[in-house]
Ligand binder design. Structure first.
Ligand SMILES: *[C@@H]1O[C@H](CO)[C@@H](O)[C@H](O)[C@H]1NC(C)=O
Ligand SMILES: *[C@@H]1O[C@H](CO)[C@@H](O)[C@H](O)[C@H]1NC(C)=O
Length: 242
């Protein structure tokens, strides 16, 4: 019993230390599905789930973990996903940051989601596995405007369409690629889904995200549509680790 407690305490200090040193989150949402109180069984299940995802996501599950802990009104569902090119150690660091930081940002909420460059972390008091998350979504874009926006948009669409086709049939539900532009520069892209989705759901999710291209990234030299179940990113510089 005392050894179990020791492990949990070391995990907590590791989480706090990482959060003090780590990268900044891109964005977060606190869910409105209810609040829990400090010391409640829900909080205890959420802590266990966070520890479980921290321990399993990076290595044993290849950058994706999902699980549920507890019963009835105390049951919590959660997942963590690292970007497909993240090393196990960077993935672990990111999941640690995410699991600690989201609790600071949404302390009473029974559900929340947070995104970093390297990972996302989500939990909720209802079963959301296998459902495309259309509620939690944000955009990011590069401020630079391309000189020929229509031609550039069509290149972006072409690259991402190809990557969606590749990703949804891949076991990781992840694909990256590049495409040459006229002036010897290149366009780089990445698409990824959480792996609680089926292949067909992944395709549907990414096509939905691509439908946001005109509102998010029209003629912009870089952009991302980032959701709870899938995301894409493109840039005119290499950003994927190889
Ligand atoms: C949850 O807590 C927040 C902040 O304390 C409060 O504004 C909100 O009304 C609460 N929600 C519910 C469902 O109790
Ligand atoms: C890009 O275009 C938008 C809208 O026309 C404009 O507001 C913005 O300042 C431009 N950005 C740059 C970096 O020139």
């Amino acid at each position: 019993m005392s050894s179990v407690r020791f492990v949990l305490l070391s995990l907590c200090s590791a989480l706090l230390l990482r959060a003090a040193l780590g990268a900044d989150p891109l964005f977060h949402f606190c869910a409105t599905s209810g609040n829990f109180t400090a010391g409640s069984p829900y909080e205890s299940n959420l802590n266990k789930l966070t520890g479980f995802l921290y321990a399993t996501t990076p290595s044993s599950s290849g950058g994706f973990g999902y699980s549920s802990i507890g019963q009835y009104q105390d049951q919590v569902y959660g997942l963590a996903l690292c970007r497909g090119d993240t090393s196990p150690s960077d993935c672990k660091a990111c999941v640690a940051d995410a699991g600690a930081e989201i609790r600071r940002r949404c302390p009473p909420n029974k559900g929340a989601i947070i995104w970093y460059d390297d990972c996302m972390f989500k939990y909720l008091n209802t079963n959301f596995f296998g459902q495309i998350d259309n509620a939690n979504r944000f955009y990011m874009w590069n401020l630079n405007n391309m000189s020929d926006p229509e031609a550039f948009n069509s290149k972006v669409r072409g690259l991402l369409t190809g990557l969606v086709e590749e990703a949804y049939t891949a076991s990781m539900l992840y694909a990256t690629g590049e495409m040459g532009l006229e002036d010897k520069t290149k366009l780089y892209g990445l698409v990824q889904c959480t792996r609680d989705l089926t292949a067909a759901e992944c395709k549907e999710c990414l096509e939905g995200a691509m439908g946001e291209l005109p509102s998010c990234c029209d003629g912009k030299g870089g952009g991302r549509v980032v959701g709870g179940s899938c995301n894409f990113r493109y840039e005119i510089y290499p950003f994927v680790n190889v």
